[in-house]
Ligand binder design. Structure first.
Ligand SMILES: Cc1cc2nc3c(=O)[nH]c(=O)nc-3n(C[C@H](O)[C@H](O)[C@H](O)COP(=O)(O)OP(=O)(O)OC[C@H]3O[C@@H](n4cnc5c(N)ncnc54)[C@H](O)[C@@H]3O)c2cc1C
Length: 259
């Protein structure tokens, strides 16, 4: 079974974020890392291919400046190869533009299953994978907390507010996984060394046969009109127990309508 995993490479969330000068876009000029959200999809894919007994895991990513640092981490976990789409024409791509590019790259890999995270850690619109499914004409199942493949179909436990739904759909399909679907492995030293020589196909927009006017800033239908700092968290209220702490906490929770 061949599984494609969408892997977003993002600026290190531990570093202070910066904007590209004169724009409201997050600067992605420095080193990018594997989005932790995608490490779950990589692990899930590796386990599914192991269980099937044959096939391989291919990573697909769109990132600027030929960036492969995040891909190498996922290759070190055990993925066999990667397809990277990197092109100056992609600068300013919105979610639909990104989905068009990823869909075209995924098509080349002819996968039985496509995995992605439910949302990325930096943009987190959570819309890219379902747009990819629509563009490829594939069924999609979102918020998977358990994924099993049997023959030509995939069974998913789909997280809901009340618990989970059991969903089955034919392959090929696009499935988005939640954090917690599996525990991602740490790359071993051997894995890190092996990842250095694994193939990464770097493609341009033209290689994918995409019209440059459909992607990048030229094709974007979304615009980031402003960016402001998130409100800082207040210090909270300390309840000192003078015999009535339980009543005050209950009162507080009732005000919040938690009780
Ligand atoms: C006007 C505008 C301009 C922008 N300009 C830029 C820009 O110049 N450069 C830039 O990098 N971003 C840019 N962005 C952000 C970019 O559009 C989003 O990062 C992208 O659309 C993905 O959306 P998301 O992060 O919300 O992904 P989500 O939909 O939250 O992602 C869900 C999952 O889809 C997969 N996925 C998403 N994106 C990728 C990817 N790139 N590669 C592989 N897998 C992926 C991952 O599995 C991810 O966890 C711009 C956005 C807007 C609105």
């Amino acid at each position: 079974m061949n599984v494609v995993v969408c892997v977003k490479q993002i600026p290190d969330p531990a570093a202070p974020p910066a904007l590209d000068p004169g724009t409201n876009n997050l600067s992605r000029t420095g080193k990018l890392i594997l989005d932790e959200s995608d490490s779950y999809g990589v692990e899930m894919a590796l386990q599914l291919v192991d269980a099937a007994g044959s096939g391989e895991v291919t990573l697909v990513s769109m990132a600027p400046n030929g960036e492969t640092s995040g891909l190498r981490t996922a290759l070190a976990m055990g993925a066999a190869r990667a397809i990277l789409v990197s092109d100056d024409a992609l600068s300013g791509s919105d979610a639909l533009g990104t989905a068009k590019v990823l869909a075209a790259a995924i098509k080349r890999a002819e996968p039985d299953l496509v995995l992605a995270a439910t949302e990325s850690s930096d943009g987190y619109t959570g819309t890219t994978p379902v747009q990819i499914a629509e563009l490829l004409g594939l069924p999609s199942v979102t918020f998977a907390k358990k994924v099993e493949v049997t023959g030509d179909s995939v069974s998913v436990e789909r997280q809901t507010e009340a618990g989970y739904d059991e969903v089955q759909c034919p392959l090929p399909a696009v499935v988005t996984v939640t954090a917690g679907v599996v525990e991602p492995r740490y790359p071993s030293f051997k894995g890190i060394m092996a990842a250095k020589s694994k193939p990464v196909d770097t493609l341009t927009v033209a290689d994918l046969g995409i019209d440059a006017g459909q992607v990048g800033a030229a094709g974007a239908r979304q615009e980031i009109t402003g960016v402001s700092a998130a409100e800082e968290r207040g210090s909270g209220e300390i309840v000192v127990d003078e015999g009535d702490a339980h009543e005050r906490i209950i009162q507080f929770l009732e005000q919040l309508k938690v009780l």
